[in-house]
Design a protein around this ligand. Structure first.
Ligand code: NAD
Ligand code: UGA
Length: 463
C-alpha cells in the first residue's frame, strides 16, 4: 500500500517529535497528530513555535518548517483515523496503579481505547502501528479487538518501537541506530511491513531498517531499556564501593569503558536514573517474567530498580548526614529538576524523590531549573501524596534565577546535568551561602579541584 496519509494518536514526547521528522522527510505524506488533550494540541499549534509543549533542541524549527504544510495537530481523532492508511498508536502506557499487576504491569487502557476507536471508525483497510512501548504479545489483543468489528475491514498490526532519548530526540530520529519493524510473515503482513519501510527509507539507510516478527520487536524494546538501565545501576553500585575504598567511579568508568566489549556509553554514575520509561518498562518485564513463572528472571531484572531506589535514597541520606544529621529549616538549593538535561520532562526524576526525603526531614528547598515550569515541581511532589499540597508549598519554592536559589543556602544539590551549571560564577555563589558551603553533585558535572579551591565542601557520586 502506498502511504499518502498518516495519523498518529498521541501528541506526546514520542508522537510529536517522531511525526515532525516524518513530515519533514516525507513532504508527499500528510501527517496528522491527534490527541484528546486540547491544551496539548493548542500548544502544538501555538503561533509562537517556541511555545510547543515539548522542549527538545532543534524541534521547534522542524515543526515550523512542516506545520500547516503536511504536518497537522488536531483533536479531531475520528477524521484523522478515517482518512489515514497508516495509524501510529503513540499513547502513554504507564504502570498500573490499581488491580491485578498494580505497581508493575503496564496499563493498557489507553491502547485498548485507541483500538476500539479505530475499529469503530475505519471503513477501509488500515495498517496499525504500535509505536508505544508494549508488553510482548499486545499486538494479539489489538488484533482481536480490530478483527471483531464485523465490517469486513482488514487490519495489519505492526510493531515499530521508538528508541529516541529525550534531549537528543531530533538527532536520534534523524540518524537512528536502527529502525525496528515487526510484522506477520503472511503476504499481507509482508506488504504492510514494506509500506512502513518505504516511509522510513526516505531518510534512513536500508541496512539500518530491521524487520522481525511482531513478538521479537515488542520484546526487543523492553530488552533494550532493561540493558541500558542495568548499566546505570551497575555503575551506581560501584559508586558506593568507590566511596568506601577511595577509588573514583569516573576513573573506573573510563578504565572499563575503554574495553571495546564494554563500551564507554551509559556509564555515568549519578543520583539515579529517572524518566518515564526505564522503571516502567523494567517493572513490566519483571511482571511478564513472573506471569510465565520465571521467578529468577524476574528477580534478576528487579534488582536494577532496587539499586536505583537505593541510589536516590543514599544521596538524600548523605546530604542529611553531612549537614550534621539535621537539615531541619535549613535551605537546600536544587539545581535542576528535569530527569536529564535538554528536556522539560520531569517524570520519575530523581530530584522528586530526593526532595521528598528532605522535606520529610523538614528542610526548605529552593528549586531552579532552566526549562521546568514552577507548577510542575509542585504537581510532581503532590503526586507522591506523602503530604498535603499546602505542606509542600510551605517547604518548597521555585525561582527563575540560580543565584537567588543559592542565596543563603546551607547546601546545593545538583540534580540535573544542565550545561549552564558549569559556567556559573561559583565564587559569587560561594560568598552568598552559609558556611561551610556544601555542594552535593548528583551528576558529577562540576570540577572538584576548582570547587574546593573556592572553599566549597564538595561531594560527588562515587568519589
Ligand atoms: P506522553 O504521555 O507524553 O504522550 C501520550 C499522549 O497520548 C498524551 O498526550 C495523551 O493525552 C494521549 N492519549 C492517550 N490516550 C489517547 C487516546 N485514546 N486518544 C488520543 N490521545 C490519547 O507519552 P510519551 O512519552 O510520548 O510515550 C508514549 C509511548 O512511547 C509510551 O509507551 C512510552 O513508553 C513510549 N516511549 C517513550 C519515549 C520517551 O522518551 N518519552 C521513548 C520511547 C518510547
Ligand atoms: C531512554 C532510552 O535511552 C531510549 O533509547 C528509550 O527510547 C527511552 O528511554 C524510552 O523508551 O523512553 P530517556 O529516558 O529519554 O531514554 O533518556 P536516557 O538518556 O536514557 O536517560 C535516562 C536516565 O538515565 C536519565 O535520568 C539520565 O540522567 C540517566 N543516566 C543516563 C545516567 O544516570 N547515567 C548514564 O550514563 C546515562
Amino acid at each position: 500500500m502506498k502511504i499518502t496519509k498518516i495519523c498518529c494518536i498521541g501528541a506526546g514526547y514520542v508522537g510529536g517529535p517522531t511525526m515532525a521528522i516524518i513530515a519533514q522527510k516525507c513532504p508527499h505524506i500528510q501527517v496528522t497528530v491527534v490527541d484528546l488533550n486540547e491544551n496539548r494540541i493548542a500548544a502544538w499549534n501555538d503561533e509562537d513555535v517556541t511555545k510547543i509543549p515539548i522542549y527538545e533542541p532543534g524541534l521547534s524549527d522542524i515543526v515550523a518548517e512542516s506545520r500547516g504544510r503536511n504536518l497537522f495537530f488536531s483533536t479531531d481523532v475520528e477524521t484523522a483515523i478515517d482518512e489515514a492508511e497508516l495509524i501510529f498508536i503513540s499513547v502513554n502506557t504507564p504502570t498500573k496503579t490499581f488491580g491485578k499487576g498494580k505497581g508493575m504491569a503496564a496499563d493498557l487502557k489507553y491502547i485498548e481505547l485507541c483500538a476500539r476507536q479505530i475499529a469503530k471508525i475505519a471503513k477501509d483497510n488500515k495498517i496499525v502501528v504500535e509505536k508505544s512501548t508494549l508488553p510482548v504479545r499486545t499486538a494479539e489483543a489489538i488484533k482481536s479487538i480490530l478483527d471483531h468489528t464485523g465490517n469486513g475491514v482488514q487490519f495489519q498490526i505492526l510493531s515499530n518501537p521508538e528508541f529516541l532519548a529525550e534531549g537528543t530526540a531530533v538527532d536520534d530520529l534523524l540518524f537512528p541506530d536502527r529502525i525496528l519493524i515487526g510484522g506477520d510473515a503472511s503476504k499481507e503482513g509482508v506488504e504492510a511491513i514494506q509500506s512502513l519501510v518505504d516511509v522510513y527509507a526516505n531518510w534512513v539507510p536500508q541496512d539500518k531498517i530491521l524487520t522481525t516478527n511482531v513478538w521479537s520487536s515488542e520484546l526487543s524494546k523492553l530488552t533494550a531499556n532493561a540493558f541500558l538501565a542495568q548499566r546505570i545501576s551497575s555503575i551506581n553500585a560501584m559508586s558506593e564501593l568507590c566511596e568506601k575504598t577511595g577509588a573514583d567511579v569516573n576513573e573506573v568508568a573510563r578504565a572499563i569503558g575503554m574495553d571495546s566489549r564494554i563500551g564507554s556509553k551509559f556509564l555515568k554514575s549519578s543520583v539515579g536514573f529517572g524518566g518515564s520509561c526505564f522503571q516502567k518498562d523494567i517493572l513490566n518485564l519483571v511482571y511478564i517474567a513472573k506471569s510465565y513463572g520465571l521467578n529468577e528472571v524476574a528477580d534478576y531484572w528487579e534488582q536494577v530498580i532496587v539499586m536505583n531506589d537505593h541510589q536516590k535514597r543514599r544521596f538524600s541520606n548523605k546530604i542529611v548526614q553531612t549537614l550534621y544529621n539535621t537539615v531541619a529549616d535549613k535551605k537546600i538549593a536544587f539545581l535542576g529538576w528535569a530527569f536529564k538535561k535538554d528536556t522539560n520532562d520531569t517524570r520519575e526524576s530523581a530530584a522528586i524523590y530526593v526532595a521528598d526525603d528532605l522535606i520529610n526531614e523538614q528542610a526548605n528547598i529552593t528549586v531552579y531549573d532552566p526549562k521546568v515550569a514552577g507548577d510542575k515541581v509542585f504537581s510532581d511532589l503532590n503526586y507522591l501524596k506523602t503530604r498535603s499540597a499546602d505542606s509542600n508549598k510551605e517547604r518548597v519554592s521555585v525561582v527563575q534565577d540560580p543565584y537567588e536559589a543559592c542565596l543563603n543556602a546551607h547546601a546545593i544539590a545538583v540534580l540535573t546535568e544542565w550545561d549552564e551549571f558549569i559556567t556559573y560564577d561559583w565564587n559569587r555563589i560561594y560568598h552568598s551561602m552559609q558556611k561551610p558551603a556544601f555542594v552535593f553533585d548528583g551528576r558529577n558535572v562540576l570540577n572538584r579541584a576548582e570547587m574546593e579551591k573556592i572553599g566549597f565542601v564538595y561531594q560527588s557520586v562515587g568519589s
